[in-house]
Design a binder for this molecule. Sequence first.
Ligand code: DGJ
Length: 718
Amino acid sequence: MDIIFESTTRTFYLNTKNSTYAFFINELGVSEHLYYGKRIPQQDLRGICFRQTYSFAPYDSVVGDRVSPDTFLQEAPSGNAGDSRICALSFVDSQGKYGSRLFYAEHSIREGREPIVGLPYSSAEGAQSLELVLRNKRGDLEVRVFYVVWKEEDVVAKHTQVRNLADGDIRVLKASACVDLWGSEYDLVELYGSYHHEREFVQRTPLKRGVQGNFSERGASGHESNPFFAVCAHDATEDRGDVYAFNFVYSGNFKNEIQVDKLGNTRVVSGISDYAFEHVLPSGGNFCSPELLMTYTDGGLGQMSRNFHTFIRRKIVPPRFAFSHRPIVLNTWEAFGFEIDEQKILDLADSAKEIGAELLVVDDGWFRNDDAKGLGDFAVCKEKFPSGLARLSEKVHEKGLMFGLWFEPEMANGQSELYAARPDWVICSADAQYFSRGQAVLDLGNPEVVEYLFAKMSEILDGVGAEYIKWDMNRYISEVGSSRAARQGEVFHRYILGVYELLRRITERYPYTLIETCAGGGGRFDLGMLYYSPQIWTSDNTDPFSRVNIQLGTSYAYPPSSMGSHFTEAKVSGLDAGKELRYATAAFGAYGYEFDPRKLSKGARARLREYSQQYKREENVVLRGDLYRICSCDDVAAYIQVSEDKTQAVFTLVQFFFSTAQQSRLVRMKGLNADAVYRCSLDNKNYSGSILMNAGIRIGGLEHRGGKAVRITFVEQR
Ligand code: DGJ
């Protein structure tokens, strides 16, 4: 068993291959945190707890003033219960009173895990779980804390279920997960960005006393922030040092609070944002929080990322896509915008084949000419597609390509039949809302809306037989409110539950249709989405100079296989980039094209065909291998992707600027097998992994204007 309960000390030990998480039931009957870190032998750890009098800390005089909920580390701290730090749980009980002390009642340990109804959650395969039952004194409010452990992947998950055992309603104001850590000599690592720069800025700041953290209150995880964060030792580097990393399996509003308390310990509280949130639980009802994933490593930020990458591939994304070939797509958006029609798509199909694309995606524009009309109705534009989409798809299939279709299901344009008929179906505050991009967000918390969208999408998809859907979302919730829900504090959360329900029904009906989610670029890049869609459009910024940093930033939390990344002609940076550079950056993730290949010469198209073939040869490394970031600084980014069995690797270096000082660089590889011998494509010579990782190789020819990419493959020689 990886989860052990030691009854004399009432201690729980949760072990993974390399970590231990421990807590016990203390003198007050409260679950008190003991330890999270490197794997340690099972022993009585209670001696490390804080047991001293602390002025102004409340205590129970029966137990004594050395035991205060305000000073000991906690597993499930609730508000108004003697702990003045940030709480993870907050309620108004059935008698209208705030807070509730929660005491241990019972527990059970089992193989596998319980599903979280209505929410995405990590796979039960290889899991063991602990259900810890806590109750208030009256016994009419119950909190079940679920811990799930995946030994092989070094990941632990935590989520809670609040149950109302009283006769009257309970109001849940907060149901987050808490992880208390000893000490505060840590840095906080977070991913920030904006539209066109999603997760590009990896911010690392030392923790200070007080509260820090990040959040989203937009109804989606967002372009600016991301639910992922890490707390690492000041001296942790890419390759060594203590790191605790967290991510939330949820796509709506979130809040990560990191508090350094009066004793210099660190509290991590992560969950659904409490902004405009209040969930009413009628008698007998329950509320389940999404799960928080955590991993500990002493192998630095690189190993932290690889722990999460492996976990996401194995336990989050739909298994049928996790390790399979992802089709190379050609998408119409960047080249044509709304200007698409049947003939253009068919012409494009021919050149798509020529460059080695396997699937043609009809992006936005099939039911409208601009972004003002038609969202919600999805009525095919007959002038542009006289034979209809089903016939078009047939013709594309006849040309030997797969077919993909863009949707933005969660929205309605102000100018749509849907909005005219059902204005009460959009999310809207008492003051009405802006029609941003001409559209409003549909109230997916209303099951009728989900039913309508499912019927609409199925009607189209049944005819079209698409192998791929691009599921877009181009507007945040800016004025929350529902004409239907009596309980306005539930609108944000019920909306995202409705999105999941629609995704569930669509993926159930079309299990082999690959969904790539998207939100105005990468505005909803999170584990909740990855549970349904194995890849997410990373950003609308496909300029290789920006993309390389967007992708490396995103890679802190998410594997390359989850990042839609296309070869385009974008010039957002204004800098020139050659084809090699464009290929090198796009081949980092789930590869595709997004431009008009008909404009290229025959020779150039042949070159792209070679890239497509090369990508297929390297796909095993890119989509299923391990990523090692080597450097990311002002003028250069370098990383190596290594196959799981370490027999094949692809190294990429992107140089942004011309430099006379750096005409060559010595680079040390990572992640190879030290004892193996590899053929290096740079000079076609053989080197041992040890030489490549310790002495390194010198890469020349960097005296190049306007940026340059160097790609080197390593293949083990036997
Ligand atoms: C935003 C997406 O990020 C783009 O790729 C494209 O699909 C447009 N929406 C279409 O409106």
